[in-house]
Ligand binder design. Structure first.
Ligand SMILES: [Fe+2]
Length: 281
């Protein structure tokens, strides 16, 4: 079996064409405080598919804008650069995640749907607790399991072994990944996010989404991703075979000063959003 070390794996990831030049440029523009809505629009317009997706998302009830948004620059002014960036991530990363991941028992597009759901749930939670960067939380929710995509691409044979172990011994993928590979999908995802120059708190949220107590940079953001991930299971969207082996950390609820009634509200809001919007999928 061709087992790669974490370093070898990360160095190979350049071979995966994740972000096009246009997308990289869009990310740069959204991070530059001198950029204008026009700069962003002219770059996005180079990609017709992306333009369409952004306009559909901007007009969805998810963003809660009552007027009809007709241009990308209008969407940018109304929703802000961070929202546009999260939409760009949402539409781009989706292409990578749409592939089948047999090792994780996820059906085609399953991981992508689940990641979208987690992102929407995390953002809903962020807004509920008035967290200042809901769109960054959305991106973190979207990317939390990107490490699974990377592992699946390079470690197919090991996955079969991992799946067997998970099924036989009632363990989590996280535990078995560490035993078989010496590292897990959270570590892989965090390293990739670092390679993409994503913000440190976002990298941490990916790294610690199963171990939120280890977060030090922005524990609240990590806590939200952990909770959103857990809610996926409660809502039945986590279709990995190890779903029930994960434990949900109550400390994260204390950290965010929320109780179970807030979780119930979030689940019902998310169900409504998903109900009206086939748009996310
Ligand atoms: Fe995960």
């Amino acid at each position: 079996m061709n087992k790669l070390s974490l370093e070898e794996l990360i160095s190979r990831v350049d071979e995966i064409p994740v972000f096009s030049q246009t997308v990289n440029r869009i990310i740069q523009i959204t991070e530059d405080p001198k950029s204008t809505a026009k700069d962003l629009e002219s770059e996005i317009m180079k990609d017709q598919g992306l333009t369409t997706k952004i306009l559909r998302l901007a007009n969805s009830s998810y963003y809660g804008v009552s007027r009809n948004i007709k241009s990308v620059s209008e969407a940018t002014v109304l929703l802000g650069f961070q929202a546009i960036k999260s939409m760009v991530f949402a539409s781009t990363v989706g292409k990578v995640m749409e592939r089948e991941l047999p090792g994780y028992a996820l059906e085609r597009e399953g991981l992508w749907r689940q990641s979208q759901m987690c992102a929407i749930t995390a953002r809903t939670l962020a807004k509920k607790i008035k967290f200042p960067k809901p769109d960054q939380v959305y991106t973190a929710g979207l990317l939390r399991d990107i490490g699974k995509v990377i592992l699946d691409t390079y470690m197919k044979e090991q996955f079969e072994l991992i799946v067997q172990e998970v099924e036989l011994h009632n363990k989590t993928f996280l535990e078995v990944e560490a035993e078989v590979l010496g590292y897990n999908h959270s570590e892989v995802g965090a390293r990739i996010a670092d390679k993409w120059n994503l913000p440190q708190d976002l990298i941490e949220a990916i790294a610690c989404h199963h171990n939120p107590e280890q977060a030090t940079i922005n524990p609240k953001m990590t806590a939200m991703i952990h909770i959103a991930d857990g809610l996926m299971m409660m809502m039945g969207y986590n279709i990995g075979i190890d779903g029930l082996n994960y434990k949900f950390s109550d400390d994260t609820m204390t950290l965010l000063s929320i109780d179970e009634s807030v979780l119930t509200e979030i689940m019902s809001e998310v169900a409504d959003l998903i109900g009206d919007e086939g748009i996310f999928f």
